[in-house]
Design a binder for this molecule. Sequence first.
Ligand SMILES: Cc1ncc(COP(=O)(O)O)c(C=O)c1O
Length: 386
Amino acid sequence: MVKKYIMTPGPTPISEDVLIEHGKPLMHHRSPEFGKIFSEVTEKLKKLLKTKNDVFILTASGTGAMETAITNSFKKGDKVLVASIGNFGERFKKISLVYGLEVISLDYEWGEVADPGDIKKILDKEKDIKGVMAQFSETSTGALNDIMAMGKIVKDYPALFIVDAISGLAASDFDTDGWGIDIVIGGSQKGISAPTGIAFVSISEKAWKAIEVSDIPRFYFDLRAAKAALQKNQTPWTPGISIIVAMNKALDLLLEEGIENVFTRHRILAMATQEAAIALGLEFLVAEPGQRGFSVTAIKVPGGIDGKELVKIMRVKYGVTIAGGQGKISGKIIRIGHLGYVGMFDVITAISALEMALADLNYDFEIGAGITAAQKVFNENNYLDK
Ligand SMILES: Cc1ncc(COP(=O)(O)O)c(C=O)c1O
């Protein structure tokens, strides 16, 4: 038997309580029972997002919500600015191009964050930009953009600010209304720790004005249909009923823990992972400590070691699934997810498997150094899984 652990930045581990909800007999999506749960989930998502804006639950993965944001907000040929710090920034560009938008790319090295000042310079120069898009946590690199600073800038321009917060939500504080974000995108399978298959978007009044005049073809993801259905606590089409029921429980667990405590937990889990990596003599993709997010830690694979082999040994031999590098940094980094239903012993297990796999690959280090460093972080912070 190889016991399995999932330590990726999505999907994330799911608690037994949530799995039990997910496994309950199906209710009909037009029934009052489901309507009640649907409205509860919507309200809890608003709490998580810190918003009074409309929130729409979509049956799709996160990419479906990215597509929804783009197809509903613009007219064909509109100019948009994408601040790209990694693979998911590139995805914003690809979707925008597919739907005939003109994309201005503001690209950074993978491992860096976007400079809000650069966004301001471009907005000052190109007065007809209709939207600015950025990631909160860029999952492919582990970097965390300063969305608050960007929001302060974009709110003074006509452009909509669209933020993919899919992997950052519940790991780091996110204040939709306080930061002036027009559209926030999230998913079920990340910090919320529910099954995969549900995404959601919050829509500001400013965004609604754009949605009403947008001329990009869309049907399944038409937010006007979603808005009409929301009046009856429903979705226009058959939703992922069991996933939404599971999310209701998962959101309860987050709110019971206390959202600020959830952020603290993620910060300490990230610190423990970082200290372990340092003790093993490893380097980070995000060089600047203050720019590292709390959802996932991206670690450079040491010279002479095959990154794909390292991930494979951890998964196949030791049962611990972590993520490798995406796109142009495939094989060059490993990514340890510490997002969602994760406690200190998950991190210790992942570090232990990493050490054992590194030893298998003849990497020169002191076995146990990583685990010791992680334990020290938990002890020093008086950390207990609660
Ligand atoms: C930041 C970010 N954006 C978008 C996505 C795409 O989401 P999905 O794979 O659910 O379509 C992911 C998923 O990993 C993500 O982490």
